[in-house]
Design a protein around this ligand. Sequence first.
Ligand code: SAH
Length: 234
Amino acid sequence: MQLSFSPIGTIHSPFKQKFAIPRQPGLVKEAQGLLELLPPYDHPDTLAGIEDFSHLWIIFVFHQTMNKGWSNQVRPPRLGGNRKKGVFATRSTFRPNPAGLSVVEFMGLIKEKNKLYLKLGGIDLLDGTPVIDIKPYLPYSDSIPDATAGFANKMPDTSMQVEFTKQAEDFCFSIREQYPQIKPFIISLLKQDPRPAYKKQKKTVQEYAMSLYNFNIRWTTENNICSVFSISPD
Ligand code: SAH
């Protein structure tokens, strides 16, 4: 059977590339984005009652990697990238059907110039992600406090220290009006240690960069310290 879905919305996210996006939702609270509803779904009627929910499930398509195929087994970053698990035992992006599922904070509706947006918090979504459905999170059924989760039983380690050079600090200060949370946001992202697993074993200084909003953030990682040494417009 061949099924086909069309997007009901599109994500506007500060994450312009895959690198350094949190590996699950809720890990970085400052990661906020907008879900723009597409016609004919962009009518307030489709959302009536949604304002009473604090969290939503977002079902989306891993559009940026969907043409890269999949395999029976993947190496989750959690396991140091060197042990394999079955694709259906992981949240890998490389799946037979590239469907993603994220529970996010619902921060309210925004109506602007004939467009209708849902403001979302704690996202792990790339800019431009196509959304195929939205469902309310139901704590009585969806929250399972005594659930077990195998190799991903605990929150990822966030013991990484994050430092800013004066240039980086000053830049954050200069954009504070429009981006008041930029510094805590960068700190939370780097505390997730976005490095690929095989790099984490290396003792040498490593240099990285990411695009966030329209800024280019550059940092080094050495042992357990990230040093943000440059932030500049893209
Ligand atoms: N919570 C989702 C996603 C987990 S994988 C789920 O469990 O299904 C999270 C990773 O997906 C992020 O780190 C990011 O690198 C990647 N990602 C997010 N949006 C994407 C997109 N549109 N296309 C490809 N990869 C994406």
